[in-house]
Design a protein around this ligand. Sequence first.
Ligand code: DOR
Length: 313
Amino acid sequence: MSVDLAGVRLPSPMMTASGCAANGREMHRFVDVAELGAFVTKSVKLGAVSGRGTPRMAETDSGMLNSIGLQGPGVQAFVERDLAWLHSVGARVVVSVAGSTASEFAAVARTVCRSPYASAVAAIEVNISCPNVANRGLVFACDPASSHKVLTLVREEVPRGIPMLAKLSPDVTDITEIAAAVLRAGAHGLTMINTLLGVVIDPVRLRPHLAGTTGGLSGPAIRPVAVRAIWQVTAAMRDGRIPTVPVVGAGGVRTGADALELVAAGASAIQVGTAAFNDPTAPVRVGHELAADLERRGITRLADVVGIAHDGG
Ligand code: DOR
């Protein structure tokens, strides 16, 4: 079940999804975070961010809406407190970086990659797709030129040997166009998908439940959207319209069967997010379920089923 993520070997394809397990300490009380292929951190910005007003979470029948607004301690505190701890427990870490401008993304990546704990960094995930930015703010991943600029500047700060993943938004007309832009800028892999923009109306007050009105929908409702995004981008890679790079799948995975669906569409690693709120062991458990499923099918290597849904017959 080991995977090669753009030159970095991970012992398992399973990862947390950014923002769904904070920076690992709570999850580690239930399951060893070093058992994951990689632990993906909450997106980190340059300075401390207090985030959006409350309430900023809403549960629905099919998933969860969040409007956190990239709350966090800033990169310096993140490195000293969180990355140092993840390094100390032997986790492989995918650091999710964010910014309000392209140069802020780059400064965050620079600080992380030059920190004393850089040896724990398995990849940098560039979060250009947070839907919870200030009103009419820039969701970089909705615009090819902005996406290209962010990835270009981050690339200059990330040393060889640390792959750079771009996290894409489902809220675009043509996700292949955004994938093409970030790949032109040198992204080594793609994570699909971030949350889908939604609104929940409070049934009593008949007003938006979230203080920020809109939020990002995650959980089972968006799994077919993730499968669609992975499918379209993988199809473009297979047709030679865009270069072939590893795809990390994320979106509503709760079981090994769900994970296998994303793998069949083209993902070679899988992130589990919302499911970890109910069951902190979910990212590791899903990996065991996926391995058992492959064994029942007589498949010995995950790579043999990556994108298999595209094969005729
Ligand atoms: O749904 C999301 N919420 N996606 C992100 O990328 C960031 C997060 C937040 O902090 O609002």
